[in-house]
Write a protein that binds this ligand. Structure first.
Ligand code: NAP
Length: 251
């Protein structure tokens, strides 16, 4: 039997897909055959056009994911538009940088709420339908700071380490129900999220020196892993955090 990376007939929901990694993943899922719902606070005009150009259906859901208030509505609108949610990609995320000794409660809560709390409760809401239908895929976007501490980003390190934890926790309970839950840990990818690092000549050089592949990643570098983890080809993979980092963690 041929191994299937096809997502034909599947419905996916991707958060934060107006730009960056989320956009690349949403378009790749459509190219692999899925209809795609987008949930985010900014208008994803370009992403909608790219998905529709593949011939797949695209549903746009306006939602500020800094709290769990819109979570059930997001799932309801995705189901109303696409009939179901087979694949959830929790990509929306923020980062706040400041010295540890003055790091504020606001910068702590904002990152923990968007990057971890909403990710968990959106997954919970999506998983109910997946369990009812006997299958599904949840892909969380983690980080190298799921494994490392970083510098001047304590709430991001805490939230992304938490993403690794809840990925495994969800995987354990949902595996018997046919739902796989995995995460992708992107390395240094050139997006809005890392614009400050790319613009800092010293940090940029230090980062490039450590990446065996010798370049920043492109959002498209993450898309192949996302399609794999959304497809039947990964049906026996669950609770895993897959680094897509040009070899960073191997150093
Ligand atoms: P990005 O270009 O800044 O994209 C982040 C996405 O999340 C945007 O669509 C953003 O929408 C959305 N978002 C943020 N807060 C939101 C909110 N309250 N409600 C709804 N949507 C919200 O950065 P990116 O690099 O592609 O990041 C995507 C994910 O990858 C994040 O989880 C990030 O932590 C992770 N990651 C990135 C890297 C990297 O090197 N770039 C490395 C490891 C992990 P707006 O445009 O409206 O802000």
């Amino acid at each position: 039997m041929a191994i299937s990376f096809s997502l034909a007939g599947k419905a996916a929901l991707v958060t934060g897909a107006n730009t960056g990694i989320g956009q690349a993943i949403a378009v790749a899922l459509a190219e692999a055959g899925a209809d795609v719902a987008l949930a985010g606070r900014s208008e994803p005009t370009e992403t909608i056009a790219l998905i529709e150009a593949t011939g797949r259906k695209c549903v746009n859901i306006k939602a500020d994911l800094s709290s769990i208030e819109p979570v059930q509505r997001v799932i309801d609108e995705a189901v109303a538009g696409l009939g179901k949610v087979d694949i959830l990609v929790n990509n929306a995320g923020i980062i706040r940088r400041d010295d540890l000794l003055q790091f504020s409660e606001e910068d702590w809560d904002a990152v923990m709420d968007t990057n971890l709390k909403t990710l968990f409760f959106l997954s919970q809401a999506a998983a109910k339908g997946m369990v009812e239908r006997g299958g599904g895929k949840i892909v969380n976007i983690a980080s190298l700071l799921t494994f490392q501490g970083g510098i001047r980003v304590p709430s991001y390190a805490a939230a992304k380490s938490g993403v690794g934890g809840v990925t495994k926790a969800m995987a354990n309970e949902l595996a018997p129900k046919g739902v796989q839950v995995n995460a992708i840990a992107p390395g240094y990818i050139s997006t809005n999220n890392t614009a400050a690092l790319q613009g800092d000549e010293t940090r940029n050089r230090q980062i490039l020196e450590r990446i065996p592949t010798g370049r920043w990643g492109d959002p498209k570098d993450i898309a192949g892993a996302a399609v794999f983890l959304a497809s039947p080809a990964s049906d026996y993979v669950t609770g895993h955090v897959l680094a897509v980092d040009g070899g960073w963690l191997a150093r």
